[in-house]
Design a protein around this ligand. Structure first.
Ligand code: LMR
Length: 340
């Protein structure tokens, strides 16, 4: 108990799950991980978080209890990162587009339109040297990166057909807090508006914004298809997550507990990345079946027009995310047989 208390004193935010009055030492010693996120439980991230909870509790023999808080129940986008740094929660999985305000703007490289020809190239990046280097950038912010989790490729939605890039011109488009996404929308002539995920449905419903971009699983589980008449399956950009923990908390854990949690994270990551594509496919099918949004599949020519309109964003982003980093990703794509 003494050891745990000391560890908890050292680890910001380490909390006992049970009141001190509980009689069993076991209950008193249990370490709680609050895992907060902003999406619905039935999304790739929501399911990944639940899988991690199940595995973490098993693989630490009950020494750890994971409490998952979905749907921005505890914190919205920006606040959750602050809460993690302060130790009010121990684990998050923010989208890679949300690390800019933290000072880790290199993560916005993932937002570049068409930078990942497919998930294999993405995986080469996240599982290789680039993924590691990006995680190292978080350490000075008091954060440790544990894993990269997929969601999927985004589609563009609005209240009018968005077939050609010009169709987005003049529309107010909700974006995540990424300067690269801001540049992307401006390249289309749209008016980007940064907004917390939890506010998007209402903003679309009331016309505060006209449209947005998200993978199908997010669009469906937030019911955005009920308030968007049109969507084009552009798949112009990737949305994925970094699972992160409070550094002090993580390093203050007993070694055996940390090893158990690492094992749980490895398995939960394989699971989350395995289900992500199917979850998005099912969500898209459900939205199509609902008949509320008309989905447009691009012709080859239409896709090329979007690529042409959006590729200049790569050059614009060099000063923000680093030319070397962008080129390192091109190299991974080239190694997988794609010319960027
Ligand atoms: C968004 O804000 O659109 C996404 O980052 C939400 C999420 O976590 O998938």
């Amino acid at each position: 108990m003494k050891l745990v208390k000391l560890l908890c004193a050292a680890a910001v935010g380490c909390m006992m799950s049970a009141p001190m009055a509980l009689s069993t030492a076991w209950a008193q010693d249990q370490i709680v991980i609050k895992f907060s996120h902003v999406v619905a439980p039935e999304t790739p991230k929501g399911k990944g978080a639940e899988k991690f909870k199940e595995l973490a509790e098993k693989m630490t023999n009950g020494k750890v209890k994971v409490e998952v808080y979905p749907n921005s129940q505890l914190y919205k986008d920006k606040e959750e990162l602050e809460a993690l740094q302060l130790g009010a929660v121990q684990m998050l999985a923010p989208s890679l587009a949300k690390f800019g305000p933290l000072g880790a703007k290199e993560f916005e490289v993932f937002d570049l339109p068409y930078i990942f020809p497919n998930k294999d190239v993405l995986r080469r990046v996240t599982e290789g040297a680039i993924g590691k280097q990006l995680f190292q950038k978080l350490e000075s912010k008091g954060i440790i990166g544990l894993a990269y989790w997929d969601n999927g490729f985004k589609i563009m939605s609005a209240n009018k057909p968005v077939i050609k890039p010009e169709d987005v011109k003049g529309l107010k488009m909700r974006i995540q807090s990424s300067k690269v996404l801001d540049a992307q929308m401006r390249a289309l002539g749209a008016l980007p508006q940064v907004m917390a995920f939890s506010e998007v449905y209402q903003a679309l419903q009331t016309g505060v914004v006209d449209g947005t971009e998200n993978p199908p699983s997010n669009m469906y589980t937030q019911k955005m298809h009920e308030v968007q008449k049109n969507a084009t399956l552009t798949e112009h950009g990737y949305l994925g997550y970094a699972v992160i923990v409070n550094k002090k908390f993580w390093e203050g854990l007993p070694a055996d507990v940390r090893t158990g949690l690492e094992g749980a994270m490895k398995e939960a990551t394989a699971y989350a990345n395995d289900i992500a594509q199917n979850e998005n496919d099912v969500s898209l099918a459900q939205m199509k079946a609902s008949g509320k949004t008309a989905f447009h599949t691009q012709t080859k020519e239409e896709r090329e027009a979007w690529i042409k309109a959006l590729k200049p964003v790569h050059k614009d982003a060099e000063s923000r995310v680093g030319k070397d980093l962008i080129e390192a990703i091109y190299k991974e794509a080239a190694a997988a047989g794609f010319k960027m």
